[in-house]
Design a protein around this ligand. Sequence first.
Ligand code: HSE
Length: 297
Amino acid sequence: NEIKVFCPATIANLNCGFDVMGLCLEGIGDEMIFRKVPEKGIRITEITGADLPYETDKNVAGVAALALIKSANPDFGFEIEIHKKIKAGSGIGSSSASAAGAVYGINELLGRPFSKHELVAFAMKGEVIASGSEHADNVAPCLLGGFTLVRGYNPLDVIKIESPSEIYAVVLHPHIEVKTADSRAVLPSSIPLKTAITQWGNLGGLIAGLYSKDYELIGRSLQDVVAEPFRKSLIPNFDLVKNSALDNGALGAGISGAGPSVFALCKGQSSAERVAYAMSSSYLDTGIPFDIHLSKV
Ligand code: HSE
């Protein structure tokens, strides 16, 4: 009647896959506890690590949970505790971890009426509250693990992507907050055909590289001509930290989700450690506090 769930952080976009690609970080995440109770509905009983609303319909986890029970219609309810470790506005899927965690935990206590793919749609309902837009590129990898692709939104078609075993992600999180809604507001509503061609060439290359375990192809595909040129001005010293990753052997690097975190993908742990050291050293000079994570994918 009670379950504790680990809700991992995620990197959305993976630069060339704006709103469609994402990956799951195994080593960083929140914790949530779910309890079955006789009273119907969803009640959030405890939140630690963040200043978030307890009102179910204003809370990302609450809204996602409500979407699920509306469909499942159980004759009992749930209490939720949320213990946040992922900072809001950090660019590694803080709100998505809560939304995905909520639907996962409740589905488990209901005896798994929904598949993980089906849970993505419920989790997206929570994501809207946080960002103002329904995107699944954080909630999908959070629920399915590894790399995921949202092949389509209408209807939702989420695909788990094969990937080589030696991929590591490094994430540098500058301690400033960038709201997803603000980071979306700097983007143009349409892009030139030439830009689209470059982007979908890279996205196809990334998928092909992941399936064929071609690290070099993965690396040269990790380029974003759609969002990064507009968003990078929101991240102090973005080019400096990105270039330090690339100069020190990262396969590729870019903005994690809507920022301000900067990610690098690496082949192997020792390469990732070297890249993490280089990124930290370059950022130390800026004087902006930050933290850095290294995680296997
Ligand atoms: N794809 C989303 C964006 C992820 O870049 O705006 C952030 O939630």
